[in-house]
Design a protein around this ligand. Structure first.
Ligand code: CP
Length: 318
């Protein structure tokens, strides 16, 4: 067990041991979620701020619930209803939150590097909840947790990531995390969204969807990130769906036990047929459930929680 970090900014800088520490800690917190009283006093007296400057459903709500389950005070900061609207800078905003004794600030921002920047200007712990196309570490950690829960050790496992890789912080974070745990990663999608240069990350790049799907133990489908594309990267969503979408015909190419993942939000009928997204092969909602336990683990660890004291901290709130 190893963790001595104040911030969680990306996956790239974590060691294999640190990743496994988060995942093992999350296992304990998942057990807490099965109790009749789902709260533990691990962050009692701490203040957590959810600073979301870009839309989110899963990440924002699960961080909020994670902080509540750990008995922290949680403040939800929404850019639309804040003094950002009056021109206040991100730096001034976070320094004011720190002055209000924020112990942990969870930041989602459309600019790559926003979380790293904040970690240099305040003393609070910073947790990156997604920064531009750069990094989404807790999504990768919950994906890794789900893969290990379902498939065991990831050493030598074949994982295909299919979709918009170029603009995806989820893809980049998954690639780094999967490689640290010994999995082999194949990237597939339209050449405009999956350039061959991504092979420099140590992945295989292919435009042959049949090859990418039929070899995989795990398939992670990614959404087309229209909000980050300056211009259309392919002719139409219909064409994307026809060439790369997971439909019944392509489902037949998969290994019988291949697992289907998607970080959400799903564009039903584009990257995946609705029926497949809702089928037993898909673990989309289990990913969301695991995200809560993983985010509890992250908040616990960055707040200085020692894994050795976890059993004691796991006691019910009375
Ligand atoms: N997967 C993910 O980050 O979803 P949200 O944008 O809803 O948080």
């Amino acid at each position: 067990m190893s963790w001595n970090r104040k911030h969680l900014l990306d996956i790239y800088s974590l060691s294999k041991e640190e990743i496994l520490t988060v995942l093992d800690t999350a296992k304990g917190f998942k057990q807490v979620g099965r109790r009749s009283i789902k709260k533990v006093p691990a962050l009692r007296g701490k203040t957590v701020v959810n600073l979301f400057v870009e839309p989110s459903t899963r990440t924002r709500v699960s961080f909020e619930l994670a902080a509540q389950r750990l008995n922290a005070d949680i403040i939800n900061f929404t850019a639309e209803a804040s003094s950002f609207k009056k021109g206040e800078t991100l730096k001034d905003t976070i320094r004011n939150l720190e002055a209000l004794t924020a112990d942990i600030v969870i930041i989602r921002h459309s600019s790559a590097g926003a979380a790293h920047f904040l970690s240099r200007v305040v003393e609070s712990s910073i947790v990156n909840a997604g920064d531009g196309a750069h990094s989404h570490p807790t999504q990768a950690l919950l994906d890794l947790y789900t893969m290990r829960e379902k498939k065991g050790d990831l050493q030598g496992k074949e994982v295909t990531i299919l979709g918009d890789i170029l603009f995806s912080r989820v893809a980049r974070s998954n690639i780094w995390g999967l490689q640290k745990l010994g999995a082999r990663v194949t990237l597939c999608g339209p050449p405009t969204l999956v350039p061959k240069s991504l092979e420099s990350m140590g992945c295989k790049v292919t435009y042959d969807v049949k090859e990418a799907l039929s070899n995989a133990d795990i398939i992670n489908l990614l959404r087309i990130q229209h909000e980050r594309q300056q211009h259309s990267m392919f002719p139409s969503l219909g064409e994307y769906s026809k060439l790369f979408g997971l439909n019944q015909e392509r489902l037949a190419w998969l290994k019988p036990d291949a697992m289907i993942m998607h970080p959400g939000p799903i564009n039903r009928g584009v990257e995946i047929e609705s029926e497949i997204a809702d089928s037993e092969r898909s673990v989309v909602l289990e990913q969301v459930t695991n995200g809560l336990a993983v985010r509890m683990a992250v908040l616990f660890l960055v707040s200085g929680g020692k894994v050795a004291s976890l059993e004691q901290k796991m006691g019910d709130v009375n």
